[in-house]
Design a binder for this molecule. Structure first.
Ligand SMILES: Nc1ncnc2c1ncn2[C@@H]1O[C@H](COP(=O)(O)OP(=O)(O)OP(=O)(O)O)[C@@H](O)[C@H]1O
Ligand SMILES: [Mg+2]
Length: 274
C-alpha cells in the first residue's frame, strides 16, 4: 500500500532523514519514536509533501507521490491528512468552519473566499464532531476550547478530507494525561473502525507501546528498530534513544499509565473504605 524507499532529506551538511525505508502492507497504526532531532517530523512532512525529499521515493499503491505536482500533489495531501502538536486551527474562527477547512483542497478559491460551504459538507462536519464527542462546541470559537478539544477539532478537520492515511506529529505532546488518552483513543478508533492507516510521532514509549501495532525507532535520521511493541525491550529502547546505562523508561513516559495506576489505587482505596 505505502512504500517508503531510501527516503533522504538533507539540510546543508545535516542529514535529517537518512535512507529511510519501510512498507505498510495493510492499514495499520504505527508509532514513530526517537529522541529530539532524530528526524521524525521531517519524515512525516516528506510523506505529506510539506517538505521535499532530497532523494528516495514514496509509493502509494504503486504511484510515486514524491513526483506529484499541482492538483495531484494537493489531492495526495488530502489523502494523507496531517495533525500537529499545536493543533493549527484558526483560533478566532468557529469550530465548524475550522473543520470545513478540511475540504479546502477540493474547493475553488472563490467559494473559499466567501465562506460558501455546501450543506452536505456542513452536515458531515457536524456528524464528525458528534462522533468525536464535541458537537456541542460546534458554534464556539476554536480558541474557547481546551487543548484536548482543540486537538479533536483538528482530527475532525483531518477526517473531513476522508484521508487514507492520518499523519500525526506529536499529537498529544501539549495535552494533559486525560486528554492525551482521549486523543489517542480517537486515533485508534479512526484506524480500527475506518480502516485508515495512522502514523504518529510519539515522544513517549508507553504511548507507542499501548496504542500501536508497530513501532519504528529512529536515531540520527535512520530507522534503527521496526517491530511490534513486544519486541521493543528496554535494551532496544535504550539503543533507540541513544541513552547510556542511566537510561530509564520513566524519562520517556507520559503519565497515561501513571494515571491508570493512580486510578487503580484510588479505586482500591475507595473499596477499602467501604
Ligand atoms: N527546516 C529545517 N532547516 C534546517 N534544519 C532542519 C529543518 N527541519 C529540521 N531540521 C533538522 O533536521 C533534524 C531532524 O529534525 P526533526 O524536526 O525532523 O526531528 P524530530 O525527530 O522531529 O525532533 P523532535 O522530537 O524535537 O520534534 C534536526 O537536526 C533539525 O535541526
Ligand atoms: Mg518533531
Amino acid at each position: 500500500m505505502l512504500s517508503i524507499e531510501k527516503l533522504t532529506r538533507t539540510f546543508g551538511q545535516n542529514t535529517a532523514v537518512d535512507k529511510v525505508s519501510f512498507t505498510v502492507e495493510k492499514p495499520a497504526m504505527i508509532g514513530i519514536i526517537g529522541r529530539s532531532g532524530a528526524g521524525k517530523s521531517t519524515l512525516l512532512r516528506m510523506i505529506n509533501r510539506l517538505t521535499d525529499a532530497t532523494s528516495g521515493r514514496i509509493l502509494f499503491e504503486g504511484r510515486d507521490v514524491t513526483a506529484l505536482k499541482g492538483g495531484d500533489k494537493r489531492a495526495w495531501q488530502s489523502d494523507c491528512a496531517m495533525i500537529f502538536q499545536q493543533f493549527n486551527l484558526v483560533p478566532r474562527m468557529d469550530v465548524v468552519s475550522n473543520v470545513l477547512h478540511g475540504t479546502l483542497n477540493r474547493r475553488s478559491t472563490l467559494a473559499t473566499m466567501f465562506n460558501l460551504y455546501p450543506d452536505a459538507d456542513i452536515h458531515r462536519a457536524i456528524e464528525i464532531l458528534d462522533r468525536l464527542g464535541i458537537a456541542d462546541h460546534a458554534p464556539k470559537r476554536a480558541e474557547a476550547l481546551s487543548g484536548g478539544q482543540q486537538q479533536r477539532v483538528a482530527i475532525a478537520r483531518a477526517l473531513m478530507q476522508d484521508p487514507r492515511i492520518v499523519l500525526a506529529d506529536e499529537p498529544i505532546a501539549s495535552l494533559d494525561p486525560m486528554n492525551a488518552q482521549l486523543v489517542m483513543d480517537d486515533l485508534r478508533r479512526i484506524h480500527e473502525e475506518d480502516g485508515r492507516t495512522v502514523i504518529a510521532n510519539l515522544h513517549t514509549l508507553d504511548t507507542a507501546r499501548r496504542y500501536c501495532d508497530r513501532v519504528i525507532g529512529m536515531l540520527h535520521g535512520r530507522v534503527v528498530f521496526d517491530g511490534t511493541p513486544a519486541q521493543l525491550t528496554t535494551g532496544v529502547a535504550r539503543d533507540i534513544y541513544g541513552a547510556d546505562a542511566s537510561f530509564s523508561e520513566d524519562s520517556t513516559s507520559t503519565s497515561i499509565e501513571t494515571l491508570d495506576r493512580n486510578t487503580a489505587r484510588a479505586l482500591r482505596e475507595a473499596e477499602a473504605a467501604i
